[in-house]
Design a protein around this ligand. Structure first.
Ligand SMILES: C[S@@+](CC[C@H](N)C(=O)[O-])C[C@H]1O[C@@H](n2cnc3c(N)ncnc32)[C@H](O)[C@@H]1O
Length: 473
């Protein structure tokens, strides 16, 4: 018998099994990493293609979405676990390999997928997208991860809370440390509140609809949806919440623009501005940062009910077109223009009500944009601050004396909220804060006022901020 033939026969080569759901999830993660793409924009076309070419059904699409969103949200935790299972720094692992490992870690630690299925599906994925050599590495790392559950891993990789509270929360709840710190500064209070908030950021938000007044009603939407698929809103009189799997695009009123998808916090901001007490005329309203038009469409409908006209202004032409689309069919007069709110074309003192929903870090909408927390940097705040001050200053100029200005952000970061409002008030004077809390009747836990900060864990909304100011001089 020759040397060759005495060796154990090597296993016959087996082609890797291609699992289209996991391949799609991997492709989405690569796009987010390589092209700085947004998961919520990358996924729909990939899913559409998979429906047409691979015969994806609803369950496949739901699993792919959960794998992508869950992996991105929990990336901080999974990075810490993976780092503990390899003998080189994480940054030396090739990004595509890290994506396969993170997807595997999510299946093992963040879903109910059985361990053997999570490991074997991830190794097959690695064979397909990385090759057999690197699949062995993936197999070895995932087998180590599979030895413990998430709680046991967190015990191991997160520093004790008493030693470093922010670092502990950052690892356990998968947020960058500076974001934990900024959110905690804005929220105040002890451990329980910040933990609830960070956990709420890791949950998939409910889809909320707005029945634009004068164009549709919540009753109409609830009727179409039925008891199974629709629930009344919590706070906004125009809101309807969709149950799991509800499809907004399947509702006529949404397709026709009489209703839309809009977070309840965003609805509350528009409603509070519209209802702020005002002496004198109430005919001209301005939305100075209107794109893509969620608040403008609600303001337009509310203005129409009062016989007022809305001017919706937006700097980016493509976003101004979205505002135009959102306002099409508005029952009252409106105009959409493309303009820079820091060099406005309108005359000072022209408007009775003004909204500036300024560009911001978006730290209040982390539930919706799973990759956003990892992209933002603390120094981004320095970029937003001058623009936010300039837009609020011009908004106050745009209001007539006695008129009301709403300053809103989709961020609770104090540098974008109170600090901006206080600075502008101090520098320019001529305005006073109005208590915004009574304008959100029935909404609990609105803080000490006069401004309002909404929170995902307390209100089920994005963390929208609103300060209302009356121009006095
Ligand atoms: C937070 S978004 C507004 C969201 C909008 N209110 C809604 O509910 O759909 C801020 C908007 O301000 C626009 N923007 C940025 N700089 C601006 C400027 N200098 N003047 C006017 N709009 C600006 C951005 O393009 C973006 O569309």
């Amino acid at each position: 018998m020759s040397e060759q033939s005495r060796r154990r026969p090597s296993k016959p080569y087996r082609r890797p099994k291609k699992d289209p759901v996991r391949v799609l999830a991997f492709e989405a993660l690569r796009a987010v990493d390589e092209r700085d793409a947004y998961a919520n924009l990358v996924l729909p076309p990939l899913l559409k293609k998979a429906r047409e070419k691979e015969g994806f059904d609803g369950r496949d699409a739901a699993l792919a979405t959960e794998l992508v969103y869950g992996t991105l949200r929990r990336q901080g935790t999974y990075d810490a676990v993976i780092a503990a299972c390899i003998d080189r720094p994480l940054r030396e692992v090739d990004p595509p390999v890290l994506d396969v490992l993170s997807l595997g870690a999510h299946q093992l630690l963040g879903t109910r997928i059985p361990t053997h299925a999570a490991v074997s599906a991830s190794v097959e994925l690695a064979r397909v997208v990385l090759g057999d050599g690197r699949a062995k590495f993936v197999n070895a790392v995932l087998r180590r991860i599979a030895q413990r559950d998430l709680d046991a891993w967190l015990e191991e990789v997160a520093p004790p809370y008493d030693e470093d509270a922010e670092d502990h929360l950052a690892v356990v709840h998968s947020h960058p440390r500076w974001v934990v710190s900024a959110l905690w500064d804005a929220l105040g209070g002890g451990r329980a509140g910040i933990e609830d908030l960070l956990e709420a950021d890791n949950e998939r938000p409910e889809v909320t609809l707005v029945a634009r007044p004068g164009r549709s009603t919540p009753a109409e939407l609830l009727d179409v949806l039925g008891d199974e698929a629709g629930l009344p809103g919590r706070w906004s009189p125009y809101a309807v919440r969709l149950a799991e799997g509800g499809e907004p695009g399947a509702i006529d009123a949404v397709r026709e623009g009489r209703a839309g998808v809009q977070d309840e916090g965003s609805q509350l901001v528009a409603i509070a501005l519209a209802n702020a007490p005002l002496d004198g005329p109430d005919r001209r309203w301005l939305d100075g940062c209107a794109g893509p038009g969620g608040k403008a469409a609600l303001l337009g409908a509310l203005a129409a009910g009062r016989g007022a006209a809305l001017l919706a202004s937006e700097k980016q032409p493509h976003r101004a077109r979205l505002v135009d689309r959102a306002l099409t069919g508005n029952p009252g007069p409106y105009q959409v223009i493309t303009a820079d709110g820091t060099r406005p074309p309108w005359r000072p003192g022209s408007f009775d009500r003004v909204l500036v929903d300024v560009p911001c870090s978006g730290l209040g909408a982390l539930r919706r944009r799973p990759e956003a927390r990892w992209r933002r940097r603390p120094e981004d705040m320095e970029g937003f601050a001058p623009l936010q001050r300039a837009l609020l200053t011009e908004a106050l100029q745009a209001a007539r004396v006695g008129g009301v200005v709403g300053y809103a952000t989709c961020s609770p970061h104090l540098a974008e909220t109170r600090v901006v409002v206080d600075d502008v008030l101090k520098k320019h004077g001529g305005a006073e804060l109005i208590d915004a809390r009574p304008l959100m009747p029935g909404v609990p836990a609105l803080g000490d006022g006069p401004d309002v900060q909404l929170w995902p864990h307390l209100h089920g909304t994005d963390a929208m901020y609103l300060a209302l100011l009356r121009r006095t001089a």
